[in-house]
Design a protein around this ligand. Structure first.
Ligand SMILES: [Zn+2]
Length: 870
């Protein structure tokens, strides 16, 4: 221990209320220090997940009925995902009844205040907190066993009140796989020059840091466990997610958020954030903790990850962010290295939300553990002291949101039948149910006052329900605010925290209509994702299946896995479209199985067509780098696996060796900067080479030499040779810049070097046209939406061979923005969004927008899939 004795004494006084805790701890309960062999948060020590799981199981046995450790199921890589429930023994003995009471209060339709009263008298405040979602942000997971130990051993008045009045749902690690990776990596780094450096790859099998962008589409199993805990099983009144941030600012950020706010939540949510935040900040100061900042840095309008989506579930969703050490290795910070932040902390100086700046010096994991433990406890304490208020607020939030939904316009959203890709629209319905949104199905036809009519089978999502705000964001349009909060003094737009929209239906390419009047009568509740059995009818010439369905690509891959011949129509014809798939009659037995696995219908094919070339399975390679991994690469791997595309990850060594055409037909470069792919220290193409040199030094210091990746000139030459010999290079997002420059394509990004005041588009859905006659756009609608995320737009520079460059997709000529934020849209009007270029014997496909973003943009998956088959 290097903490000064005097400091420690003050700390203990502050943490331990009079007459409590240590002296009265039940001797039969094993302490974390005894169990792990060190004080959690001690220098150069990280507790491992398997030990933690054992510890929570042990606490369950030793806690005298105060703690339950529930295994929610396996994580992506097979570790247990735990929910630890802590409350009084009496509460835990009737947990199911208390859960039912809580769910009823959170969805109080038909429940008058007088009837709610006894439920609120009986109910308990339900508080959820999760730890270390971002696995390198280790403080939360390291703090949690100590928090649990204190809760099950202390018997002072404060603890007793807390356990009697609160059901604490603790997720001790949101990302156990990542914790395992980080702890193993850290221990290997001990004593080396790279001690405490970052993990060279993603801290999750697929998604790394983006696990916090997955709350609304729940692609990952960990997200589904969290959604089950919060959105359907429990509906806690408040949720706190413990993170880390950079090392050079405040020591801990606590609620509330800064501006701008995202509208459509009940206002009580924002008030409660301030309420909990004030309690947390006060308790930190009482304990003598410096460097506590609130209402800054993190805006109320963030991404739709768990702590930012929960407000729209009427759960007061918040986060803490602690300054990072170097994992468990202390970091030294000079006073003049401390900095303010553009949002709400213009200078690193005293202000009302930051009255006690930390002076600099050594900063260690134990400092983080202590601050986080105080914040976790303070939130529980406030809820315990105000149990009835917390529950009445839950009732008010849900009731008022329902009333707003009933009174406002739109009154409902309709997901009609006859979708371009009906199976994807069913996936959307499934996701709404995961969110705990009420969905209904029309059992009879209905029409609206303005004459729009809907067939039976249309899905209706009424707004008169507690999650009204959430429904508006997922199914309606979203416009990011353009105002004083979102513009700098010189008028430049301030980058939103993440994207400017999270409109799930738009991402998925699902048509959703808005209704200004509610649908009355003829609606049945949908309780499970619809699963109609697909029809399978053989024809004399085999089967045909629909090229507009994403899942047809999965069916195609499953057929090819069984060595079945699959072909595609090359032209539109009677009752068929270019891109529809056909398969031989001999494939019978496999078809039924594949149909039930994919839900794709197989229709009879009457006669052998002349114009249906065979689909060739291509050997796919995808570039994978280190430097912490590339999240877009991870998502793309996940997506390819979901749809059954075999692929190989292509690392530097193999890429640099060359002769790529021997093993691959198509190589994907996921969204990335040239700098990160090539590893070039000061690539001229990146500009600002001075900054780059500094950035390069910083990034190199964190990693051992073997993980400083980059395929350099050799790899670039190998890729050129690959295309020259007939290979296809698919460049996504920013990687199009690499392809254009290194292959000297006569293509220009018309948006490059434009000041943000003239053009700005941070994560928005834009209208585009697809050339459905082009093989790469088969199965797409003629018009649709693409996700633009600081993307390029292309112009083909006149050359002798203009015909070699084909435009597959263009931005619309006018009315381009569907949802998000677009400044200077004229710059995009009619511009190319996706280009197929011939180069040597091969091809280069440039997809500028985010065609497979976070595996959420189902509406444009096919543009990638088409590029991966021959
Ligand atoms: Zn984080």
């Amino acid at each position: 221990m290097k903490v000064k004795a005097g400091f420690l004494f003050i700390l203990l006084l502050a943490l331990v209320p009079v007459g409590s805790a240590l002296a009265q701890a039940q001797p039969s309960v094993t302490s974390p220090e005894q169990f792990f062999g060190f004080q959690l948060g001690a220098d150069r020590k990280i507790a491992h997940w398997d030990k933690m799981v054992d510890y929570y199981k042990l606490l369950e046995k030793e806690s005298g009925g105060r703690l339950k450790a529930i295994n929610m199921g396996p994580t992506t890589m097979g570790h247990p995902f735990l929910l630890v429930v802590i409350s009084s023994p009496s509460n835990l003995s009737r947990l199911e009844r208390l859960r039912e009471v809580n769910v009823r209060i959170s969805n109080p339709r038909g429940l008058r205040e007088a009837d709610a009263k006894p439920l609120i008298a009986e109910g308990k405040a339900v508080i959820c907190q999760s730890m270390s979602l971002h696995a390198t942000e280790i403080g939360g997971a390291q703090m949690a066993p100590e928090l649990a130990y204190d809760l099950v051993t202390r018997s002072d008045e404060e603890t007793t009140r807390l356990l009697d009045n609160v059901i604490f749902l603790m997720v001790p690690s949101f990302n156990p796989d990542g914790l395992v990776m980080v702890a193993d990596w850290y221990e290997k780094s001990l004593g080396t020059p790279h001690e405490g450096g970052n993990l060279p790859w993603l801290y999750h099998k697929y998604v790394g840091h983006d696990n916090n962008r997955d709350a609304f589409q729940t692609n990952m199993v960990e997200s589904r466990y969290m959604a089950k805990i919060m959105f359907t099983d429990w509906a806690p009144q408040a949720y706190l997610d413990h993170h880390h941030m950079g090392s050079y600012g405040a020591r801990i950020y606590v609620p509330p958020y800064a501006e701008p706010v995202r509208p459509h939540a009940d206002p009580l949510v924002w008030r409660e954030q301030s309420w909990y935040g004030a309690q947390i900040a006060c308790k930190e100061e009482e304990a003598g903790m410096s460097g506590v900042l609130n209402m800054a840095q993190y805006s109320g309008w963030g991404h739709f990850g768990f702590h930012w989506i929960t407000p729209f579930h009427n759960i007061t969703g918040m986060l803490t962010e602690s300054a990072s050490a170097k994992l468990a290795t202390p970091i030294y910070i000079h006073p003049d290295q401390l900095r303010g932040d553009t949002r709400g902390l213009p200078e690193y100086k005293e202000q009302t939300t930051f009255p006690n700046p930390w002076p600099g010096g050594w900063w260690r994991l134990r400092d983080i553990v202590e601050r986080q433990k105080i914040s976790a406890w303070a939130m529980l304490d406030l809820a315990a002291r105000n149990r009835e208020t917390v529950l009445w607020n839950a009732y008010h939030k849900a009731r008022r949101q329902t009333e707003r939904g009933a009174a406002g316009k739109p009154a409902a959203y309709v997901i009609p039948s006859g979708q371009h890709d009906p199976l994807t629209s069913l996936k959307l319905i499934g996701q709404l149910l995961v969110q705990g949104i009420e969905v209904k199905r029309a059992s009879q036809a209905f029409s609206t006052e303005d004459g729009q009519s809907y067939e039976p089978g249309a899905y209706v999502v009424p707004l008169a329900q507690p999650k009204m705000g959430l429904i508006r964001y997922l199914l309606g349009r979203t416009f990011y605010p353009d105002n004083e909060w979102t513009r700098a003094r010189d008028g430049s737009p301030i980058r939103p925290y993440d994207m400017a929209t999270d409109t799930m239906a738009e991402f998925m390419g699902v048509r959703v209509d808005t209704l200004d009047e509610p649908v009355t009568g003829g609606l049945a509740e949908v309780t499970a994702p619809p699963a109609a059995a697909p029809r399978v009818i053989a024809g004399p010439a085999g089967y045909i299946f629909d090229g507009r369905l994403n899942d047809s690509f999965k069916a195609m891959n499953l057929l090819m896995d069984r060595a079945q011949r699959v072909r595609r129509f090359a032209k539109d014809g009677e009752r068929r479209r270019a891109g529809d798939f056909l398969v031989d009659p001999g494939s019978g037995p496999a078809i039924a199985e594949i149909a039930s696995a994919t839900r794709v219908e197989f229709a009879p094919l009457a006669a052998q067509p002349a114009d249906a070339p065979e689909v060739k399975r291509l050997r796919i390679g995808m570039y994978q780098r280190y430097w912490g991994g590339n999240i877009d690469e991870g998502w793309t791997r996940f997506l390819l696996e979901q749809f059954g595309f075999p692929y190989a990850s292509l690392l530097d060594a193999e890429l640099k060796k060359g002769a790529l055409k021997d093993n691959y037909d198509v190589i994907i470069l996921p969204d990335d900067s040239t700098f990160m792919m090539t590893g070039d220290a000061a690539d001229e193409t990146e500009g600002r080479s001075g900054d780059r040199t500094a950035a390069n030094r910083l990034r190199e210091e964190g990693y051992p030499p073997e993980y400083r990746s980059g395929f350099g000139k050799e790899g670039t030459e190998a890729l050129k040779q690959f295309v020259e010999k007939g290979g296809t290079l698919v460049a996504l997002g920013r990687a199009t810049d690499f392809a254009i420059k290194k292959f000297e394509l006569p293509v220009r990004n018309t948006l490059a070097n434009r000041p943000s005041k003239e053009f700005f588009c941070p994560g928005s859905t834009l209208r585009a046209r697809f050339d459905t006659k082009h093989r790469l756009a088969w199965g797409m609608p003629g018009e649709g939406l693409v996700l633009f995320f600081y993307s390029p737009a292309f112009e083909i520079i006149p050359s002798q061979f203009n015909e070699r460059y084909e435009v597959v997709a263009r931005y619309s000529d006018a009315d381009i923005l569907r949802s998000g934020w677009l400044i200077g849209g004229e710059a995009l009007a009619g511009k190319a969004a996706m280009i197929a270029a011939q180069s040597g014997q091969g091809k280069i496909v440039l997809i500028g927008f985010r065609t497979q973003h976070r595996a959420q943009t189902h509406g444009t998956f096919k543009l990638l899939f088409n590029a991966l088959i021959g």
